[in-house]
Design a protein around this ligand. Sequence first.
Ligand SMILES: Nc1ncnc2c1ncn2[C@@H]1O[C@H](COP(=O)(O)OP(=O)(O)OP(=O)(O)O)[C@@H](O)[C@H]1O
Length: 247
Amino acid sequence: MTQTTAPAPVAHADALVKTYGSGDNAVAALRGVSAAFARGQFTAIMGPSGSGKSTFLHCLAGLDTVSSGAVVIDGVDITTLSRSRLTRLRGAKLGFVFQSFNLLPMLTAEENIRLTARMAGRRVDREWFRTLVDALGLRDRLGHRPAELSGGQQQRVAVARALLTRPEVVFADEPTGNLDSSAGGEVLRFLRAAVDTYGQTVVMVTHDPLAASYADRVLFLADGRIVHELAGPTIDAVHGVMRRMEA
Ligand SMILES: Nc1ncnc2c1ncn2[C@@H]1O[C@H](COP(=O)(O)OP(=O)(O)OP(=O)(O)O)[C@@H](O)[C@H]1O
């Protein structure tokens, strides 16, 4: 008899607790959150304002410290790493896309795309660079600075930068929050294609049920806890869970 075992997740969080401040001013942002992220899976994180979405993403991505619990990326508990080892691991294994693009204004699109790889001392695979630039429609924009690009183009530059190092996980915090629906759709379609074509793992915080419907599953947070998980989300199903959470 052959036994099939589920592949180990590329990232997981165990009993994450995050409290900001102390004493009377303490705010419990995460109250024991556990979740596993399989390789090649696209997860959306949703929930009301203040439910802990950004805190969860930042703790998972090693951008914020945790109060207790563990975050394991590719077999390493990142909550135990020194600051410098954590910085190296982020550069080597993680990619980031933020709502506000976070491009350096004095660098061209191409320089911005190469920046993370350069800072991590990673050699850039030319073929992969070209594949990403073409898939994101940036070929004739490479010499432009961010101020000369539309919001959608800037975010596509940020997405190319995030994927250039072939990270274990891409973390995206409201990546379409500053984009109109057409530019947002392009970014989401590309993230979906990166999951389907390259087996990229993506974790994305969003307020938008349409954006969440591009994911393989949605984790819903409320008051610092995961309260629901939806697989194969449709826009209607996401709206349905949100309505039930508000009731
Ligand atoms: N640096 C901080 N200092 C103190 N409290 C914080 C800090 N960051 C977040 N919080 C609090 O932690 C809780 C969770 O915040 P978080 O930003 O993670 O929520 P969110 O679900 O991402 O919200 P939104 O959808 O509004 O962005 C909130 O009560 C927030 O006020």
